[in-house]
Design a protein around this ligand. Structure first.
Ligand code: PBG
Length: 332
């Protein structure tokens, strides 16, 4: 494309900003409820929910209330929810066996949504951390997070989620080879239509802090996740990870966190042209919410502006805790 730029005053770039109608006409990016995925925290019990102090307005919900939240999301035009289980510290073990239990809290929630709200897509999280006494996404052996043994467990976990009726599996563990192993197992067990949205470029980020409070991982985690999650200083590596995951059978890819990594979103979209998602993570939600609660930012406006930024950066969709609020605003 050769830009033709006449000189002022023939060129007045403000002309196309001069009215709402003209701005609407030339607007490039669009945001709709269909672009959003709602993360939900599941806990045990009936008809109950607990507040998450570092995520004001967000709660962990019992399965029956998860179903209600999924139904509300569906009614707002949100096409998918993503489930994260909360397990009490006492239920976590070194062998992580609950991760592939057909009746664990996450799999029960998948089945309940499948039955009650069949037209919303259910996405899962594949990683051992909610069930691991060490708080890591993989098995810990002599102080190291072991790769291949973890991948075998992740495959069992993925199959249990597929049996429960999940539509989209989200491996968030950052082990090598997990997408290929999960894809092969899904094919051989008759789950050829189950999609994989890989957390391909997942950074070792302090912006996950409030999430770790929400799932009870802050207390459990020993050490950091730097040997498997990405160094925030790296960009090219994100492209290698995305290429690798696509080659292994990922249908969609994710960049996480979101707002501090918009450059990565754009590079991924430009390089591969595949369905690309960003996760506006818990710390991003906490930051914007806290500033709004102080009266320092306009909550509705920064919410929509931050989500539009992902669309402009090339993302097809965004996982965001703001999903129901944003969908309501977009409907008005
Ligand atoms: C765990 C997982 C994390 C998030 C999603 N899945 C945290 C982590 O890697 O420690 C973070 C989500 C958020 O911060 O909103 N595998």
């Amino acid at each position: 494309m050769t830009p033709i730029t006449p000189a002022f005053p023939a060129l007045r770039l403000r002309r196309l900003r001069s009215s709402p109608a003209l701005r609407a006409l030339v607007r490039q990016a669009h945001l709709s409820p269909a672009d959003l995925i709602l993360p939900l925290f599941v806990q045990d019990g009936r008809d109950c929910e607990s507040a998450i102090p570092s995520m004001p307005g967000i709660t962990r919900k019992s399965v029956d209330r998860i179903v209600t939240a999924a139904r509300e999301a569906r009614d707002l035009g949100i096409p998918a929810v993503c489930l994260f289980p909360y397990t009490p510290l006492s239920a976590r073990t070194a062998d992580c066996a609950m991760a592939w239990d057909d009746d664990n809290i996450a799999n029960r929630a998948i089945r309940a949504i499948r039955d009650a709200v069949p037209d919303i897509a259910v996405m899962t999280d594949i990683a051992l951390d909610p069930y691991n006494i060490d708080g890591h996404d993989g098995f810990v052996r002599e102080g190291r997070i072991v790769n291949d043994e973890t991948v075998a467990a992740l495959v069992r976990m993925a199959l249990a989620q597929a049996r429960a009726g999940a539509d989209i599996l989200g491996p968030s563990d950052m082990m090598d080879g997990r997408v290929g192993a999960i894809r092969a197992a899904l094919e051989s067990e008759g789950f050829g239509d189950v999609a994989i949205l890989s957390y391909s470029a997942k950074y070792a980020s302090a912006f996950y802090g409030p999430f770790r409070d929400a799932v009870g991982a802050t207390a459990a985690l020993r050490g950091d996740k730097n040997t498997y999650q990405m160094d925030p200083a790296n960009g090219d590596e994100a492209l290698r990870l995305v290429a690798r995951d696509l080659a292994e059978g990922a249908d969609m890819v994710m960049v996480k966190p979101g707002m501090p990594y918009l450059d990565i979103c754009r590079r991924v979209k430009d390089a591969f042209g595949v369905p690309t998602f960003a996760y506006q993570v818990s710390g991003e939600y906490a930051m914007l919410s806290a500033a709004a609660a102080n009266g320092w930012l306009d909550r509705d406006k920064v919410m929509l502006e931050s989500l539009m930024a992902f669309r402009r950066a090339g993302c097809d969709g965004i996982l965001t805790y703001f999903a129901p609020e944003a969908a309501r605003l977009l409907q008005d």
